[in-house]
Structures are given as structure tokens and as C-alpha cells.
Ligand binder design. Structure first.
Ligand SMILES: Nc1nc2c(ncn2[C@@H]2O[C@H](COP(=O)(O)OP(=O)(O)OP(=O)(O)O)[C@@H](O)[C@H]2O)c(=O)[nH]1
Ligand SMILES: [Mg+2]
Length: 661
């Protein structure tokens, strides 16, 4: 609705700039500590760790379809063929077959026979494999196995988790998008927020200038003395080394700098608004928020602690009437509003800056390894997916040599397609110079587990698969791991990889392993010596971009016409800024506004385009009515004649309303 009273209109225009903010919502979820189980019985026999490590050559696997890794059946054929055929859905079917008879009176041997016959079609004996695992573990440590078995049965029944979810997602192609959404919802908030955040930043508005005149004893005509408003606070983004996730942005997503103080009499300028500094962890990528789920434009990448970028400069303070004094107008009754501070929604993405990434299947001992080589204290327990978020640890080698090691959640079949947790966090290894691949030696098929994880890495990103890596065969203190070490080693040697064997829990072989990994990192640094001398990064380009937009010439505008509503819309950053800073409260503002419209040829262009009496003209947030001559305006309306306009049509300004009210 249009208001017609000029006074109320003016008041409205002053307080008109309302902004709508999206509200973001995040709920905290407690991170309940899980029960820690006792380690398995150690093998009294000692093992010989390999002490002549060599950086591994790049290993790439052929094959298409991802496969299960920890629960793969024994295979006698070529592994690359098998990858193409194994389906998780087959596995689930066989697991269900296996469960049915167990509730009845059949014994294990009967179960086994039934499953074998069922799998004659698929060609893989998953059920048999599960039974094999039961009996083998049972022999070693019956009590402990019961817990393991329970966990995997629950998964089969879709009560707890990840594997079964993967099986559902595998389903029909048409529901893929829906599945993706469900999967996204299924991830706990703490995991979603670990490395992604959406925040709102706004720099401070400039303070308003004021109209004031010096009135002192013996100074009867002291002249204009209205001070300028202070500049609004800036928004900075700074990298702090103490942060290693974006989780703090779950609680606070709005960052607004303070507005500048208003000017005062006696030529007192307003104070500058307080800056706001958004603190982010090293490795944060900043993008402008995209629309409709599309990724926004890349803005910045902040890698090193201490990096500080000016994102949004504060708005300029409005000038007071002292600044408008001139030879022609010695008593100016005009002052400007402060410039509005720019605002932005930003998407933050964290890619951890670590030198080494520890990858492997769930429960392989990755966190245990990190805990023994560094001071990090990740959760360690005898079940898969103990680690839900990446852990970082710093390993020192010398006075001045240290590396950052990242322990990632376990990788599951289909991780590259988003199953399990690995996919969420695999990208954190993109900045690593090398990988340490931990293989659980006590798993039934360590070599298949190794192949499957390698395949997942390759499917996720070929660049990642090309990074140098070291293979560590863990849990050598356990008899079952010790037995399989020789065959595992042989297999890897046959493809040109020299594996390490370690017992992370006993700290055996771990020092040699991390030294070898450090050697890889050092070598990588040597190789890319030239690249390291990066040019000093220019972080102010975002602020420059914003400034450029805001200081666009006032005579650059576009006019669009809607003939249905007789509305003319004038778009131009410079002109809009000018409108916003015009303080309609003061007498001379209207006159100045008319001058500017004439000078930048807005009136002429409108006349040329055929504007007529009573048409609505919108510039920025101001809505005005066009009158062909001063006399055609109503009695309540104030007509302003510009000295530059004589007998032609003029745009007479009435501050009728401000959009948004
Ligand atoms: N016997 C033995 N047990 C080990 C060894 N290393 C780790 N473990 C045990 O293996 C279990 C899993 O260890 P974690 O370090 O949590 O394994 P992880 O790879 O981080 O597991 P996720 O975080 O679930 O992916 C724990 O019970 C550890 O105590 C080892 O060298 N020997
Ligand atoms: Mg872990």
C-alpha cells in the first residue's frame, strides 16, 4: 500500500531497511561414550617387524563394482573379476537366510548346508563365511565374540545402522535421490556439522551524519557543524590453529559487525563500529551460498594459521552538514544516512590440513595407532565405527620437524557412493601428502580387506589413490594375525608393495612405520619445493569485489518497464546506494536528489522511453510518482524544481513508501 503523507513517508524511509534472515537450526546431540572392551589375548610369540621400509609404488586396482571388505568370502578366482559381481544385497539375503533357521531347531551345520545351496546361484558363499567367522573367533575368545556377533546381527535387522542402510540404498535406481536425502538425514548433526557450515555475515552500517550549527556566545553565525557518521565495522575471517572443526558454527551462525556511531554537533565525527572476526580452522574453503542447493561461487581458501581475510568492509559513514558547506551553500541543511553494510550467506567447508591420513576398514586399529604415535586420545573400542569424526594428532620428529596425522572413520563397501561414514570424511585426505593404510591382521581375509579398501579409495578419487601410501598389517600379537602375515606379505610383495607389520596396542613396529611415513612426506616436500614458495596470498579480493560493486558509477543504470502496472524500475548499484544514503528528513536532500537524477540522465531517459503522468518509478527501495509538471501535483505535495530543468517534464519526488513496508 502506498502512503501519501509526506512526513510519515519520510520517517518510514529512514527506518526502512529491513532485512529478512534465514533462520538456521541445529540441535546438540550428546556424544555418549561407548563401552570399551578389553583387548584380545596377546600372542606370546614375538614377530619380526620389517625395518627396511620403502615408499610404495602407486597401486591401482582394476574392476568396477565395489565389494564388501571385512566379510568377503574366500575366493579362489581372480579378485578383479569378483569385484564386478559381488552385491551387498546378496549378502543381506544370505544373512537373512542364515538367521531364519537359527531361530528354529537347526544346528550350525544345517545352516551352513542351506546357505551353501542357496549361494550356488550367486557364486559366493557369504553365509558360510559368516559361520566361519563365528567358529574361528569363538575358539579364540568366546565371550568377546558374542558382542561382535550381536552387533552384526543388529545391522542385518536394520536396527543400528550403516550396512543395512547401504543395502536399502542399493535398491531401485529411480529412488536414488530420495535415498540420498534419507542418508543425509540419517547422519547425526555432529557429523554433518564437523566439516560443513553455513553462516551469515554482515558488516556494520555507517553511522548517520547530522545537521547542526555552531551556536556560541559571541559567535552568532558559527556555520554548519554537523559531524560525519563513523564507518561500520568490518567482517574478517581468520585461521586459528586451535580449531580443527566447524562444529562451533552449530551454535552461532550470525556474525554482524557493529554499526558506526552517528555524528554529533561541534563537528564531532562518530566512532567506527567494532569489527567482527569469524574464526575458522586451517583448511577452510569459503564459498558464497548457492541457490537451490547448487554450490556457490568459490571465494577463499584459508590454509595457514594466522591467515586473515577482509571479507566485508563496513559501510561508509554518512556526511554531516559541515561536509556539505560550499561557496554556493553556506548553510546546508542536509546530511547523509550511513551506508548500509553488505551482507552475505557463506558456505564453509573444511578439508583438514594433515600430512598423513590413516585409512582402513573399521576396527583395524587406526585410532590405536594414532594414540601411540601422538598425544591424541581418540576413542578406541572393539567394534566398527568407533571413530565417527576424524581425529588429528601431531607427531614430532625433531626440534623443528613435526607432522599432522589424521585418523579417519573406517571405510565401508560403497564408501565412494556414500555408504558408511568414510565417504563423508575421505575428502579430508585430499590434502594429505601420504596415506597409511592399516589392515586388520585378525580379520578372516586381510588381503581382501586391503583390496576392498584400496578399491574404495580409487573409486572415491583417482587422485587420492595416486598418493604414496604405506601398508601396515596390524594386530600381529594375535595368533590368527600372526599366522596370516606371511601369505599377506607375499601377496603384497608380488604386486610391488612392501608391507609393515605392527602391533599398535603393544607399540611394536609403530615407530618404524611413522618414520617411513614421515620419509614419504619429506620426499613429497622435496619434490614440490618450487611450489611451496607460494606468492603471498591476497585475501582482500572479496572485499575489493564488494567495494567495486558499491562504488559503481551513478550514471550506469538499466530501466525496465512493466506496462500492466505502469511501473518503471531503475536498477543501478551506484544510484541505489545514493538513494539509500539520502536522508529525506532534511530539506535540502530532495533538491540534491533532483540534481543527481538530472545529472545522471535518469529523467531524460525516462522521458525518452515514454514515461507519463502518474507512473510509478522505483529506484532501489524508494517508490516515486512521476509528474509531468510541478502544477499537476496535489496541494499536499511538495514540488521541487531543479535549476537544471526548465520547461520540460520532471520527476517530482515524493517519498511515498519504501518497499518492504
Ligand atoms: N590385539 C590387538 N588389538 C588391537 C591392536 N590395535 C588395535 N586393537 C584393538 O582393536 C580394536 C579396534 O581398535 P580401534 O583403534 O578403535 O580401531 P579403528 O580402526 O580406529 O576402528 P574404527 O574407528 O571403528 O574404524 C580395539 O579394541 C583395539 O584395542 C593390536 O595391535 N593388537
Ligand atoms: Mg577409530
Amino acid at each position: 500500500m502506498l502512503k501519501t503523507s509526506i512526513e510519515t513517508q519520510k520517517m518510514a524511509s529512514v527506518s526502512s531497511l529491513s532485512l529478512c534472515f534465514l533462520s538456521a537450526h541445529a540441535q546438540a546431540r550428546s556424544n555418549k561414550p561407548r563401552k570399551q572392551l578389553a583387548p584380545k589375548k596377546p600372542n606370546p610369540e614375538k614377530f619380526n617387524s620389517i625395518t627396511t621400509p620403502r615408499p610404495q609404488s602407486i597401486f591401482s586396482l582394476s574392476g568396477g563394482q565395489a565389494t564388501t571388505y571385512t566379510r568377503l568370502p574366500p575366493r579362489d578366482d581372480d579378485f578383479s573379476d569378483s569385484f564386478a559381481e559381488i552385491k551387498l544385497s546378496d549378502l543381506a539375503a544370505s544373512m537373512q537366510k542364515q538367521k531364519k533357521p537359527s531361530s528354529g531347531s537347526k544346528d550350525k551345520t544345517e545352516d551352513n548346508a542351506e546357505i551353501v545351496s542357496d549361494e550356488e546361484d550367486s557364486g559366493f558363499d557369504y553365509g558360510k563365511f559368516e559361520l566361519y567367522e563365528v567358529s574361528s573367533d569363538d575358539e579364540i575368545d568366546g565371550d568377546e565374540f558374542e558382542e561382535d556377533e550381536l552387533i552384526f546381527e543388529n545391522k542385518g535387522e536394520d536396527e543400528s545402522g550403516f550396512e543395512y542402510k547401504g543395502e536399502e540404498d542399493e535398491g531401485e535406481g529411480e529412488g536414488e535421490e530420495e535415498d540420498e536425502r534419507e542418508k543425509e538425514k540419517g547422519v547425526p548433526a555432529v557429523m554433518r556439522c564437523f566439516d560443513r557450515a553455513k553462516i551469515y555475515v554482515r558488516s556494520g552500517d555507517g553511522g548517520n551524519g547530522v545537521v547542526a550549527f555552531r551556536r556560541e556566545k559571541f559567535v552568532p553565525f558559527g556555520g554548519p557543524s554537523g559531524g560525519d557518521g563513523g564507518r561500520g565495522g568490518n567482517v574478517y575471517m581468520e585461521v586459528v590453529s586451535s580449531m580443527n572443526s566447524l562444529l562451533p558454527f552449530r551454535n552461532s551462525i550470525h556474525f554482524r559487525a557493529e554499526r558506526g556511531s552517528h555524528g554529533q554537533g561541534s563537528k564531532m565525527n562518530g566512532a567506527k563500529g567494532e569489527d567482527v572476526v569469524v574464526k575458522v580452522p586451517p583448511g577452510t574453503v569459503v564459498r558464497a551460498a548457492g541457490k537451490d542447493g547448487a554450490p556457490g561461487d568459490f571465494l577463499l581458501e584459508l590454509l595457514h594459521p594466522g591467515d586473515r581475510a577482509l571479507l566485508l568492509p563496513g559501510g561508509r559513514g554518512g556526511r554531516g552538514n559541515a561536509s556539505f558547506k560550499s561557496g554556493a551553500n553556506k548553510v546546508p541543511r542536509i546530511a547523509e544516512n550511513g551506508e548500509e553494510g553488505p551482507e552475505m550467506w557463506l558456505e564453509l567447508e573444511l578439508k583438514l590440513v594433515a600430512d598423513i591420513g590413516i585409512v582402513g576398514a573399521p576396527n583395524a586399529g587406526k585410532s590405536t595407532f594414532l594414540s601411540v604415535i601422538s598425544a591424541a586420545q581418540p576413542n578406541i573400542a572393539n567394534y566398527p565405527f568407533t571413530t565417527l569424526l576424524p581425529n588429528l594428532g601431531v607427531v614430532s620428529f625433531d626440534y623443528d620437524a613435526s607432522i599432522v596425522v589424521a585418523d579417519l572413520p573406517g571405510l565401508l563397501e560403497g564408501a565412494h557412493r556414500g555408504f558408511g561414514l568414510g565417504h563423508e570424511f575421505l575428502r579430508h585426505t585430499e590434502r594429505c601428502s601420504a596415506l597409511v593404510h592399516i589392515v586388520d591382521g585378525s580379520s578372516p581375509q586381510p588381503d581382501y580387506e586391503f583390496d576392498a579398501v584400496r578399491l574404495e579409495i580409487e573409486m572415491f578419487s583417482p587422485e587420492l589413490a595416486e598418493k604414496p601410501f604405506i601398508v601396515a598389517y596390524n594386530k600381529m600379537d594375535l595368533p590368527e594375525a600372526f599366522e596370516k602375515w606371511e601369505s599377506f606379505k607375499e601377496k603384497l610383495l608380488s604386486i610391488g608393495i612392501e608391507p609393515f607389520c605392527i602391533s599398535a596396542i603393544n607399540r611394536e613396529g609403530t615407530r618404524e612405520l611413522i618414520n617411513a611415513a614421515y620419509e614419504l612426506v619429506r620426499q613429497g616436500i622435496e619434490d614440490s619445493k618450487d611450489e611451496i614458495w607460494r606468492d603471498p596470498v591476497e585475501f582482500s579480493h572479496v572485499a575489493e569485489m564488494v567495494k567495486k560493486q558499491r562504488t559503481a558509477p551513478i550514471d550506469e543504470f538499466e530501466i525496465s518497464h512493466d506496462s500492466a502496472s505502469d511501473t518503471w524500475r531503475i536498477e543501478g548499484a551506484g544510484l541505489q546506494r545514493f538513494v539509500q544514503m539520502t536522508n529525506w528528513k532534511y530539506m535540502d536532500s530532495d533538491r540534491r536528489f533532483q540534481h543527481v537524477l538530472e545529472a545522471c540522465r535518469v529523467n531524460k531517459t525516462l522521458i525518452k522511453r515514454g514515461v507519463k503522468e502518474g507512473d510509478t518509478v522505483i529506484i532501489g527501495e524508494m517508490e516515486m510518482i512521476w509528474h509531468d509538471s510541478p502544477t499537476s501535483s496535489g496541494p499536499n505535495r511538495k514540488c521541487l524544481t531543479s535549476p537544471m530543468v526548465t520547461d520540460q517534464k520532471q520527476l517530482f519526488l515524493y517519498t511515498l513508501m519504501v518497499q518492504g513496508y
